[in-house]
Every structure is written in C-alpha cells, then in structure tokens.
Design a protein around this ligand. Sequence first.
Ligand code: NAD
Ligand code: DAU
Length: 352
Amino acid sequence: MKRTILITGGAGFIGSHVVRLFVTKYPDYRIVNLDKLTYAGNLANLRDIEERPNYTFVRGDICDLEAMRELFRRYDIDGVIHLAAESHVDRSIKDPFTFARTNVLGTLSLLQAAREHWNGDWEGKRFYHISTDEVYGALEMDGGFFTETTRYDPHSPYSASKASSDHFVRAFHDTYGLPVVVTNCSNNYGPYQFPEKLIPLFINNIRHRKPLPVYGKGENVRDWLYVEDHARAIDLIFHKGKTAETYNIGGFNEWRNIDLVRVIVRTVDRLLGNPEGTSEKLITFVTDRAGHDLRYAIDSSKLKNELGWEPSLQFEEGIEKTVRWYLDNQPWMDSITSGEYEDYYRKMYEFL
Ligand code: NAD
Ligand code: DAU
C-alpha cells in the first residue's frame, strides 16, 4: 500500500535518522521531510538519501498554519511523524518564547492542519508525536523509573513546552478523535547530533584541546539510547502502536555525567592515539545549569512487552561507534562550527 508520510524536523539529529530509515526501508512510501532549517537543521545529514525517488524535502515553518494546510493539500499526507522542535534545554533558559512558539503553537498548527485535511475520515491516518522523558520532571538517585503513568512535572522552559504540546496532541484525540500516538524518549546519542549537546560538544572540544565544561559536580544522571534504536522504535510504534497510547522509550542505561565524560575522554584519546589520561585535564567544573534535573530514567517495559522492542546496542559499542563517526566526519563538524552549513542550504530553498 502506498502512503505519504510527513516527517517534520527531518533535517535535525533524530529526524534525519528517521527519514533515512523510512526512505530506505519503505520504497513504496512517499516521505516528505518538512523542516524550517533553523540553526539545528542541516541537510548534509541526509546527503546519502536525498536523491531517492521516494524522498521530498520542503522548507517550511510548522508555526505557519496556512503553509501547513497547503502542505497537507499538496501532498495528501496520511501519516505524520512530528519531530520538529526547539530541543536544547540551555537555549530554552535563555529564550523561552521561541520554545513556546515552535513546540506549542507549531504542534498546534500541525494538529489543526491534519484535522482539517482528514476531516473525520481517520481510516489509515496517524499523527505520531515525538516527546521527551523531561516532561516527567526529575527523579531522586534511588527514585525508581518514569513510567507512562508518571505525573507530568516539567521544570525547564523546554520541558514545559514539550509537556504542553503533548497535552494538545492528546486533547485533539479526546476532543476531535484525531488518531494520535505519543512517545517519550530518553537522551539520544549518535551521528549527526548538533554540537551543543554534551556528547558531540565534548568530542569536538577534546579534538581542539578545549575545556570540557561539566555543569555542577557532574552528578546528574541521564539514560542514554543510541539514536538508531530510537528510530527503530519509532518505525515500530508508527506501524503497530495503539491509537491514543503513550509509550516510553529508553535504554535502561543510566550514566552520571562525570562518568560518561570520562568514558568519552578515554575513547577519544585511544582513537586519536593519545597516551591514556591526556585529555582528563580538560575536564572543568562550571556553574550548574539553572533548574538542572538530577536524574532521568525510563522504564520502557511496556514497549518491550507489547511490541517486542529492545535497545540493540550495548553502550560501550554505541559510544565507540559514535566517537569514531565524529572523528571520521570532521568536515561535517567543521562546517557547523564555522557556520558555513547554514548559508549553504538556506539559500537553496524557498519557504513554502
Ligand atoms: P534537533 O534540534 O536536532 O532538530 C530539530 C529540527 O527541527 C531541526 O532540523 C530544525 O530545523 C527543525 N525545526 C525547528 N523549528 C522548526 C519549525 N518551526 N518548523 C519546522 N522545523 C523546525 O532535535 P532532535 O534532538 O533531533 O530532537 C527531535 C525531537 O525529538 C524533538 O521533538 C525533541 O523534543 C525530541 N527528543 C529529543 C531527544 C534527544 O535526546 N535529542 C530525546 C527525546 C525526545
Ligand atoms: O532526556 C531527553 C532530552 O535529552 C531531550 O528531550 C533533549 O532534547 C536533549 O537535548 C537532551 O537533554 P539534556 O539536557 O539531558 O541533554 P544535554 O546534552 O544538553 O545534556 C546532558 C547532560 O549533560 C545534562 O545533565 C547537562 C549536562 N551538560 C550538558 C552540556 C551541554 C554538561 O554538564 N555540560 C555541557 O556543556
């Protein structure tokens, strides 16, 4: 069966992996990647698949309701995988309004455009919203796991905006019957992540002998999942997940930041041929992030029990692959840190 699937935010980190998976695995689907190409959007992430006949890129802003209506009309979209968002917590602390606009109002525009286009004919339709474990707030060190029924308790402007968007998605199901599904995932890592996030930032800083700014004492804990495992989960849930359900996605892989940083340091030193311990001295403890959530940990047993998904990679293997990828793809990183990538793609595409 042919389908037309809209993937929003496909030029970003996770979105590019989801686009690649769908374009290659489903040659019968038409995949429309809608992205505004903000600072975080980089079409170099998709160079290997951009010529595929079942792939189309459209530059557009999810906040522009008229443009979203036109997009649904033009491509007759029947499935949505919505990843477009402002995603970085530190930026949300500096500029909360952009997060409210994109994550809340942008999601609302997309929901409205889908509802109008599908117009009550929900057969074969699905609106899949990608969210985060940060909506659940923070756990104590020995405080168990987030499950799908954990009460929402967001602390940062980023997580507050994602929580709000999740509520709008569920409200569109409860009020209008829109067939939605929501997932809340833990920290992703892997190739093509923008180097403002901990892992690519630190790999790049080690390469340039720059300080590694660890917030606070480095005691905060995150649960890390390899990005391709997240993309596999998204594929499974898009096709097999139950309408109106929520699924948590996580790696059962908790790391204290400082321990993770030491693993990164050791791995980069080894792969660069530096004597062990060379880059340890770059670790610098800096002022903590405001409202820094102590610990996130996801219980993804619902997804395992109902749909059979499990992370496929051991963390050691995933980190090794990731560090190697960044070291082997220095032109990708350098085009971002020099700013060259932004002008290049933005000039190529008009807004819808
Ligand atoms: P990212 O910042 O790498 O990419 C976001 C993409 O969205 C970019 O390509 C950007 O250009 C696009 N975008 C931003 N505003 C837009 C707008 N107004 N209109 C159209 N496109 C716009 O983000 P990511 O890390 O890949 O995260 C993707 C999604 O997954 C987000 O919704 C995020 O909340 C969620 N998520 C991320 C993680 C993680 O660890 N990175 C974990 C759980 C959930
Ligand atoms: O949990 C899922 C979330 O994971 C996603 O929803 C977000 O989009 C994604 O950005 C990520 O949020 P984090 O804030 O956890 O990721 P980040 O890489 O920014 O930080 C990871 C941890 O490392 C966090 O505890 C803060 C810390 N940190 C981060 C940076 C950038 C540092 O100590 N130093 C740094 O320079």
